[in-house]
Design a protein around this ligand. Structure first.
Ligand code: ADP
Ligand code: MG
Ligand code: MG
Length: 885
């Protein structure tokens, strides 16, 4: 029979990635740590393939596999000297999920399995610690009933709270064995009431129930949402780890904790983490007790009085530190580690590459090169290009008025302003109507994923730097301030109190996840710079990449931002954006609505100086770099007057009756504007419009030359071409206009003429079009739209269904689809075969998408063009694409 169950001591493969596919990340690393000689409690992994079998087998574990599990259980018994279900020395296990990539808190784990009304006494006798045994049993009933039997957790929490109230104590740790005894009875009653069955006493039944529950949690709502957000395929499945328990809740020489080998928030090379004395696993992340620091330094820095682990458990701390060092050297990456101390002895329960902020990722990658742990190439490959986004987004303008109302932990950097909401559903609802929100929760749980995604920032009253809110927010790149004990949330009244103030739902606040500040109102922000380690990493990236990075920009401001971010030219300057300006729109409307050519020429002559000035400004900023100017593209009716005031304005300046103008407006109406009178079709019908635009470009060039601006070679781009004749007519127009300007100004002009490839016909007949084009720029937004025949503006309504039904893995308007990619490939080939020197680039939204950039590098395009803030993302993605080639 094929091997499905692997003892931690066995080795699946030398290749860690292969092992992870089979064992899941958690299992592969537990076994790796075991083989490194680190203290790992014995156990085994049920492979991810069993998950698939489980679902194929009507959600049941095959009996042969059950037999294998029994066999491996015997091996754990041998290793620990304990026996499962034994009345003398019972073995307890944890049943833990573990997919290929970590999905923190998304799936279920059950601890202390193997306890029942009898083994609990054996455990108490063995450890001479009745309170501990009872505490472990009630935890088990609670977790098992919740995860396997579906009894909601609040039922149990409520009972505990009531108990504490009648006893007049605050903490769980203040309850003694008699209290737990009473609670265990109450717990079992609740289970009976809710499920009509007794809590299972048979330990094998418990084990198989738990394993099935872990498999089932792979298809839970929250796991599905997480997979969708992180593009994790549902076929992967989860592995299940069964591991002998070690106990952090046996007394004051016991503890449990989570630690990063470096600071996950800022990347500093110091271990960073939290622990709790006399506690078990989930307590640290759950936020029920606020954990203590691991290092003395961190404790002092945050003004805490409770001792750090370094102070309270110095021997275990030293050993932990040594192990962390060893793990980093082994994995050559920052690790996120879970550990437990049982009666002073340290046990390692998990290691994985730590999630980190972009800032921290960049610093760690650069530092590890300095430390000779990794090469520059590896450093460039280490940082996820999309994550740079958070480094490029504005930070608080410290010069503006900042009214701090409270502070919390700086859990995930960046600043965000928005309206206060108290539920994830509200965050999602307001987000749908384009409103910014800050999600304020006592603590978050996996059910809040959608709200955290919809909100601009997250604020919690409880929980540390490794709480659910903090970890998930960092993963998503959302700013987060966690554990602000100064705020007091009242969910019912929908407000939070801070000092003597009440902040209500809908009030505007700002959070600064880099410093932990909570601020009243909205605060101005400033643009960040690329400096320090970030700039170093970008320089390394630039050395590896072959693709040039340009930007889509039509304003001097955007062009400047893009240049500061390293843009090497403008790949798309949309001239119609210059038309919308208030000063000009009237002339634009006159131009569109004029009935005669003379009227139109008059209107155009008023626009010419504006367009010319725009180009001069942009050419100056681009200082010699190439600029692709696209001639007027959108359907004319986009510029039409709408309100009565606008209509009467245009009528009077055109000197025609309002009624007549209204008729003209109706004439211009189109059924299907996206497929209508737009692009070069406008240039064919009204050549004078394109002539004016070309003249503006050329006169701007002349002007720049006079002012001794470094000369640029504009690339004049004709939109929406599908036939050879169109491009030929348009090219002639451009050249004719150039000749006129040349002879008027007695000057020689340098420029290129090319076309957008954004229609399937253009792609297929690219060799013909290339006869008249010096460059192609793939307009992938329209090309995607026209290839699928899906309207980009209406696709929102059904795209989700397409993704849900796995028709699309990912929105084709975000990442280039295979079919569209084939068209680009064909057009590039055909274009090059006609004209060896043809320049090729893309200028759609895809120009800033790392996956699409990888494709562009693969087929050897010359450049990609993206929005200014995506330029650094594209630089890094282009380098990675080259290195992966
Ligand atoms: P997650 O994937 O949500 O982190 P884990 O499987 O890592 O879930 O389990 C959560 C916590 O339970 C761990 O951090 C650890 O502290 C505790 N835990 C798991 N297995 C054991 C064990 N064998 N002994 C003691 N504690 C355990
Ligand atoms: Mg874990
Ligand atoms: Mg287009």
């Amino acid at each position: 029979m094929k091997k499905y169950i692997f003892n931690f001591k066995s080795k699946v493969s030398n290749k860690i990635n292969f092992s992870k596919n089979i064992l899941g990340g958690k299992g592969a690393n537990l076994s790796e740590m075991g083989r490194m000689g680190l203290p790992v409690p014995p156990g085994f992994t049920i492979s991810t393939e069993v998950c698939e079998l489980f679902y194929k087998n009507k959600k049941k574990i095959n009996y042969k596999i059950l037999g294998e599990i029994d066999k491996e259980l015997k091996n754990i018994e041998k290793d620990t000297g304990k026996k499962f279900g034994d009345l003398n020395n019972p073995l307890l296990v944890s049943v833990r999920s573990g997919a290929r990539v970590s999905m923190p808190g998304m799936m279920d784990t059950i601890l202390n399995l193997g306890l029942n009304d009898e083994t609990v006494h054996a455990l108490a006798n063995r450890t001479s610690n009745m309170r501990f045994a009872k505490d472990s049993y009630r935890r088990f009933i609670q977790m098992y009933s919740n995860v396997v039997l579906g009894v909601e957790n609040y039922n149990f929490e409520e009972l505990i709270e009531n108990y504490k109230l009648t006893k007049g104590v605050l903490l769980d740790t203040e309850l003694d064995e008699n209290d737990w005894d009473g609670l265990i009875k109450d717990f079992k009653n609740i289970v009976k009431k809710k499920t009509n069955k007794e809590f299972p006493q048979n330990v094998r039944e418990q084990l198989f129930g738990a394993i099935s529950a872990v498999f089932l949690s792979w298809e839970s709502h929250r796991a599905k949402v997480y997979r969708k957000l992180n593009q994790i395929p549902s076929e992967w499945g989860t592995a299940v780890n069964v591991q002998s328990m070690v106990f952090g809740n046996m007394g004051n020489d016991c503890a449990t904790g989570v630690v990063f080998t470096r600071n996950p928030s800022n990347g500093n090379h110091q271990i960073y983490g939290e622990y709790l004395i006399n506690a078990q696993g989930e307590d640290v992340v759950a936020g029920t007790r606020t954990p203590q620091h691991i290092t003395k330094k961190a404790r002092i820095a945050s003004n805490e009085s409770l001792p750090s682990m370094e102070e309270s458990m110095p021997i275990a701390y030293k050993e932990l530190k040594k192990i962390l060092h060893k793990l980093e050297k082994h994995y050559k990456d920052m690790q996120d580690v879970e550990f437990t101390i049982e009666n002073k002895k340290l046990w390692m329960l998990q290691t994985r590459s730590g999630k980190r902020t972009a800032k921290s990722a960049v610093k760690i990658a650069v530092d590890m090169v300095k430390e000779n742990l990794i090469s520059k190439k590896e450093a460039v490959l280490r940082v996820e290009p999309n994550s740079l986004d958070t480094l490029l987004h504005p930070t608080l303008d410290e010069k503006s008025n900042i009214e701090i109302i409270a502070k919390g932990l700086p859990a995930s950097p960046g600043a965000a302003s928005g309206k206060v909401v108290f539920t994830s559903d509200d965050a999602e609802r307001l987000n749908a109507s384009m409103q910014n929100t800050i999600l304020v929760r006592v603590e978050t749980s996996p059910e809040d994923i959608h709200g955290m995604h919809a909100a601009k920032g997250i604020l919690t009253a409880r929980g540390g730097m490794t709480s659910h809110a903090a970890v998930v927010a960092r993963g998503m790149g959302r700013p987060c301030v966690s554990g602000s004990s100064e705020i007091e949330i009242d969910y019912e009244k929908k407000l939070f109190k801070v000092q003597d103030r009440e902040i209500k739902e809908g009030d505007l606040i700002t959070i600064d996840g880099s410093t932990g500040r909570i601020i009243l109102g909205e605060v101005k922000t400033v643009k960040p710079e690329i400096s320090g380690e970030f700039s170093k990493l970008m320089n390394w990236a630039d050395n590896y990449r072959k693709l040039k990075i340009r930007t889509n920009s039509e304003t001097p401001l955007d062009s400047k931002i893009a240049r500061d971010f390293g843009a090497e030219g403008i790949g798309l300057c949309r001239t119609e954006h210059m038309f919308f300006d208030e000063e000009r729109i009237l002339s634009v409307r006159e131009m569109i609505l004029s009935k005669t050519k003379d009227d139109r020429l008059l209107a155009l002559s008023k626009l010419l100086p504006h367009q010319k000035k725009d180009f001069i400004d942009i050419f100056k900023i681009m200082n010699g770099l190439p600029v692709t100017v696209r001639l007027l593209d959108p359907p004319l009716h986009e510029f039409l007057p709408r309100t009565d005031k606008e209509i009467s304005e245009v009528a009077s300046s055109l000197n025609i009756p309002i009624k007549e103008l209204k008729v003209r407006i109706t004439e211009l109406h189109e059924q299907n504007p996206m497929l209508g009178h737009r692009g070069c079709r406008l240039g064919i019908s009204f050549p004078e419009i394109y002539e004016m635009q070309c003249r503006a470009i050329f006169e701007a060039l002349v002007q720049c030359k006079k002012q001794k601006v470094k000369s640029i070679i504009p690339e004049i781009m004709i939109p929406l071409v599908s036939t050879e004749a169109e491009i030929k007519i348009m090219k002639d127009l451009v050249i004719r206009t150039a000749k006129q300007v040349e002879s008027e100004k007695k000057i020689k002009l340098n420029f290129l003429v090319g076309t957008m490839i954004e229609l399937p016909r253009a792609a297929i007949k690219a060799n013909d079009i290339a006869k008249h084009a010096e460059f192609f720029s793939f307009g992938t937004n329209d090309l995607t739209q026209t290839t699928f025949g899906i309207s980009r503006d209406d696709s929102g309504k059904f795209l989700n269904d397409y993704i849900e039904n796995k028709i699309f893995d990912i929105d084709p308007f975000v990442s280039i689809d295979e079919g569209v990619a084939d068209l680009i490939d064909i057009a590039s080939e055909k274009g090059r075969s006609q004209n060896k020197k043809i320049k090729l680039g893309i200028c759609g939204e895809h120009g800033g998408d790392p996956k699409s950039i990888e494709f562009c590098a693969k087929i050897g395009l010359n450049y990609v063009s993206c929005s200014p803030y995506r330029v650094p993302v594209a630089r890094l993605a282009a380098a990675q694409a080259q290195l992966k080639k």
